[in-house]
Design a protein around this ligand. Structure first.
Ligand code: SD4
Length: 345
């Protein structure tokens, strides 16, 4: 039973975000904590993804296993408009999924514009482990998935089809800031488990190994064939054992333009804290597109190789979930600092 979460707003000047208990799921029993491990994920629903990832770590799984488990949870356990099954389609009414996965030693895999396969993150892992390539797209990605034993499953729901029909009345492509946290019919408030966005998940396991994954249905009503940042290594996800890991959410074109997740990791390599690295990457977005940055949301989340976590966004409202198995509440939501502080949700 969900109870309303309280969010503490970090000031613009604060480099670290503030923690608050995620009361909706904090009561769930916590598995034995692998010492030093931590899991961090984008948005409110990161709490559920973290729990799935933590369970995998507690059972002896690696960071790679854990990010895959967290992403799979988001892709299938919830029915929502922005990840996996139930996602909103593109402007032609076709639901396409993007996902990527990466480990600290530079192994990576991705799929883009994948149709009717319900676990794109696992297909991305198969691309990484079973092909000489990094990314497969569209029909080729689907063929590969089917050959690997994934089932073809029609994923577009009646609700998503109906939403698309409504959208067709205006056909106005105007991504809304923090749309993932806006109340929807039958989905009464921000923080509800059905009301969330692209999952980016970063894990450090008990051995200090880093991994990350990112999965999404992309921007609703995008052009058919549009690929966002989430499956692009360096844009929506980047992991380097020597420096740290980063992932992103928001309007993916801005991440691609700035090689943003790579940038965040490189800034950490140069000595920036995770929060400062994210803040500096956001500053680059603003410098390149000052006018557009007023109406688009861009969010970065980072995990340094020493376990520190930080985030920053263009606009207020980006939250992330951290699970480190330490004493106290085990599922903690943090609100990231932002350039623009007017609440958009
Ligand atoms: C994309 N970055 O496809 C994804 C979508 C997202 O908040 O994260 N939206 O551009």
């Amino acid at each position: 039973m969900a109870t309303r979460r309280r969010f503490l707003q970090s000031s613009l000047a604060a480099s670290a975000s503030l923690a608050l208990p995620a009361t909706a799921t904090a009561a769930a029993p916590v598995a034995a904590a692998p010492r030093g491990a931590r899991v961090v994920s984008t948005w409110d629903f990161g709490v559920g993804a973290n729990a799935a990832a933590w369970k995998t770590l507690a059972a002896g799984g690696s960071a790679l296993d854990a990010v895959e488990a967290g992403a799979r949870w988001a892709e299938s356990e919830l029915c929502n408009p922005t990840v996996g099954r139930c996602g909103n389609p593109d402007r032609d009414g076709v639901l396409t999924l993007d996902a990527s996965i990466m480990t600290g030693d530079g192994r990576c895999g991705a799929v883009a514009a994948l149709e009717d396969i319900d676990h794109p993150v696992s297909v991305a892992r198969a691309v990484m482990e079973k092909t000489p390539h990094v990314m497969l797209v569209g029909e080729g990605a689907q063929q590969f998935a089917l050959a690997q034993g994934f089932q073809r499953t029609p994923l577009l729901t009646d609700t998503a089809r109906q939403a698309w029909r409504e959208w067709l009345k205006t056909s106005d492509y105007a991504p809304r800031i923090n749309a993932e946290r806006m109340p929807r019919p039958g989905d009464a408030r921000p923080g509800d488990s059905r009301n969330h966005d692209t999952l980016g998940i970063l894990v450090m396991d008990a051995q200090g190994r880093l991994a990350g994954a990112c999965t999404t249905s992309g921007m609703a009503w995008k052009m058919h064939g549009r690929v966002g940042d989430s499956p692009i290594i360096g844009a929506g996800l980047y992991v380097d054992q020597e420096a740290g890991a980063a992932t992103a959410s928001g309007v993916g074109e801005e991440m691609i333009r700035n090689a943003a997740s790579f940038l965040v990791v490189e800034l950490m390599r140069q000595g920036h804290s995770p929060a400062d690295a994210c803040r500096e990457a956001i500053a680059r977005v603003v410098r390149k597109r000052p006018e557009d940055s007023k109406r688009l949301q861009v969010c970065f989340l980072a995990l340094a190789r020493d376990g520190r976590v930080g985030a920053f966004a263009l606009h207020r409202g980006f939250v992330y979930a951290l699970h480190d198995g330490g004493p106290g509440p085990h599922d903690v939501l943090h609100q990231a600092g932002s350039v623009y502080t007017t609440e958009q949700t």
